[in-house]
Ligand binder design. Structure first.
Ligand code: C5P
Length: 290
């Protein structure tokens, strides 16, 4: 019986653009993504035989194939030709669910890294990234994380210069938002404004945090949905506490502010935790070697 521990870091979108619809039902995306120091912890136990099952500290996290980490482990076992092996996955969830922070995808990516550790690095970086993209659109990014440009469904990745040192205050209102539902709403009206991705890439190259923060943009914030009023209200509160910029991540419902002063970020979290229900401070996490 072999065991391995992995951390699954949450992601934030610094930008999110939808540039078209594809014939496979997915959307063409252009996104700048960042992993942050809010993470789930996963323990993988490998057995000679048996099912692949998960357990979690949260009751509503599924323990079977509905859980992306379970699917990732199954794909890995098939890929290395050992589908009869059993794996038990213990998940300590900290990343809020239904938040747009890729919690499920981060767990799946951690599963692929963990399995590759248990099997002595049997799959190459390229093979792992291929498997990841098949499990979910955000899983490939979550494999290495850091700061990256993601295109296509989200699986075509280019590493970017690291984000200048800063702090995030991440707030999640009580409601969650379903990703397919928000994509459908987006399809019903043309996207009128797009992020200035080129300007953001320039700001990252030059290490200009302020320039970057002025350009944070997510096309999903413009979707006609009542819940975006709450998102706008939280963004406005984060600015009250001195955030350089604010954004909803992914399809929400989490919203973050970027701060340079730790005391300001801390105070924002203290107050907004009471107002919003969930608010945590986090820092950018650099890419991990695969
Ligand atoms: O790939 P994943 O299962 O994470 O995607 C969840 C859902 O999000 C898809 O079923 C689709 O509705 C939507 N999606 C999309 N275009 C993308 C990524 C996700 O339409 N690039």
């Amino acid at each position: 019986m072999k065991q391995v521990l992995e951390r699954a870091y949450a992601k934030l979108n610094l930008s999110l653009d939808v540039t078209g619809r594809r014939s496979d039902g997915y959307h063409e995306m252009v996104m700048i993504m960042q992993t942050v120091s809010l993470f789930d912890e996963l323990r993988f136990t490998l057995r000679d035989s048996g099912p692949v099952r998960a357990s979690s500290n949260l009751r509503f996290v599924p323990n079977d194939q509905r859980n992306l980490a379970v699917r990732a482990v199954q794909r890995y076992l098939e890929a290395v030709g050992e589908p009869e092996r059993g794996v038990f996955i213990e998940i300590k969830k900290t990343i809020p669910v239904g938040a747009g922070m890729a919690g499920g995808s981060a767990d799946a990516a951690a599963a692929l890294r963990g399995m590759n550790a248990l099997f002595g690095g049997r799959l190459s970086r390229e093979e792992l990234l291929d498997l990841a993209a098949g499990v979910g659109s955000d899983v490939a990014f979550c494999m290495a994380g850091g700061t990256a440009l993601a295109k296509g469904r989200g699986e075509l990745l280019t590493p970017l210069p690291p984000l200048p040192d800063c702090l995030f205050a991440i707030c999640k209102p009580a409601f969650s938002i379903s990703t397919p539902e928000l994509f459908k709403k987006l399809d019903s009206a043309p996207v009128r404004r797009h992020p200035d991705t080129a300007g953001m890439l320039r700001a990252l190259e030059e290490g200009q945090l302020r320039e970057l923060c002025h350009r944070l943009y997510n096309v999903f914030e413009d979707v006609d949905d009542r819940r975006m009023r709450t998102v706008a209200r939280i963004k406005s509160r984060l600015l009250d506490f001195g955030a350089l910029g604010t954004l909803m991540t992914g399809t929400g419902s989490a919203v973050f502010g970027v701060f340079t002063r730790e005391d300001a970020a801390r105070e924002a979290c203290r107050v907004l935790e009471k107002e919003v229900g969930f608010c945590r401070m986090a820092r950018p996490v650099p890419a991990i070697e695969l």
